[in-house]
Design a protein around this ligand. Structure first.
Ligand code: G3P
Ligand code: CA
Length: 339
């Protein structure tokens, strides 16, 4: 399903507030902002809080998501994996060692097992070997050594239901925030009897996201999952595209002309070149009616060739991208709104 202006209108929020003159005379309204965006719809690009405000707090925690909402993110992003008893929870990885304290739980020591994954063999604790009740005995951790560790081992692992509750609560308080939902390794989960399509759809229905006006995108790196999802739902889907060297390692290539999703989720190297110029990727995708969402801009890890995250964001917005995943939503919103 290609993207339409009607959907865009539903997703995007209003414009800048009026300003007050500093002359001491009667306040006058600032001129309407005249900036235009080279997005597919001409509307401003969305800022997607990547795993919540994950630059500030352990990713995929209520604190990280709520901070992103408070900082004005248009969407928060839950990555979804599945427990042994079929519950969708928010983790980036299908294993637990990088972002939880599972290694400190002796009762789970014998759950550490080797598996062969598309990225190679790995010994770890795997989410689908745990029930939700067991997952709920764990606490979240910051995975990047250079980031704040002070809240390690204090914050709960969050279910998909709990993220939806957060968005519903924000909507009830008058603040619409969308959900940019990624199904992680859905082919694997399906192969062990934990198909994700129906639980995601039924979960959203049960929570009443549509009735509450919560915008939703569904994303995945796996086209089979997106096709299966689209067969059962009209929600816009985003085909994630991995950059190099992983694309070559995985043997994947992408053909913009044959994609049937609403858009693509492109690694930023598809667009940003190290000499500071940009590729024609966005134009080619837009020519096919595809939205371009781009991952991931991080204040503390700027891309080679760019002075800082602001420079990356400015270049991406100039190239016409329709959405940007950011670890620091405050920065993303500020640069986007200053455009
Ligand atoms: O899902 C696209 C974006 O979030 C980047 O991918 O690996 O951080 O989930 P990842
Ligand atoms: Ca993701």
């Amino acid at each position: 399903m290609k993207y339409t202006v009607a959907i865009a209108a539903l997703l995007l929020s209003a414009c800048a507030p009026a300003q007050v003159a500093s002359t001491g005379e009667a306040p006058v309204a600032a001129p309407e902002k005249t900036a235009t965006y080279a997005t597919l719809t001409g509307e401003k690009p969305i800022i997607i809080a990547h795993r919540g405000a994950s630059g500030l707090y352990p990713e995929h925690t209520i604190l990280a998501y709520q901070t992103a909402i408070d900082q004005g993110a248009d969407f928060i992003e839950p990555d979804l994996v599945m427990t042994k008893d079929g519950v969708l929870i928010t983790r980036h990885d299908p294993y637990l060692s990088d972002t939880t304290n599972v290694a400190d739980h002796p009762e789970f020591a014998d759950r550490k097992v080797k598996r062969v994954t598309p990225m190679g063999e790995k010994e770890d604790w795997w989410v689908d070997d745990f029930t939700l009740a067991e997952i709920k005995t764990l606490k979240a951790r910051q995975q990047f050594a250079t980031r704040n560790m002070e809240l390690n081992d204090q914050l709960d692992i969050v279910t998909f239901d709990e993220v939806m509750d957060l968005a519903l609560q924000a909507a009830a308080e008058g603040k619409t925030v969308g959900l940019h939902i990624e199904a992680k390794w859905p082919g694997y989960y399906s192969s062990v009897g934990l198909d994700m399509v129906d639980p995601i759809i039924e979960g959203m229905k049960a929570k009443g996201l549509k009735e509450a006006g919560i915008p939703v995108f569904i994303q995945s790196f796996e086209p089979e999952f997106l096709a299966a999802f689209a067969a059962k739902s009209a929600l816009p889907t985003i085909q994630n595209m991995v950059g190099e060297p992983y694309a070559s390692m995985m043997g994947v290539t992408y053909d913009l002309e044959t994609l049937e999703t609403a858009g693509v989720g492109a690694e930023k190297s598809f667009i940003l070149k190290e000499d500071g110029t940009t590729t024609d990727f966005v134009d080619r995708a837009h020519a096919q009616g595809l939205l371009v969402h781009v991952y991931t801009v991080r204040d503390d890890q700027p891309l080679k060739g760019y002075a800082d995250a602001q420079a990356e964001l400015t270049a991406l917005i100039g190239a016409g991208v329709d959405g940007i995943w950011v670890d620091y939503p405050e920065t993303g919103v500020a640069v986007r709104d200053a455009h």
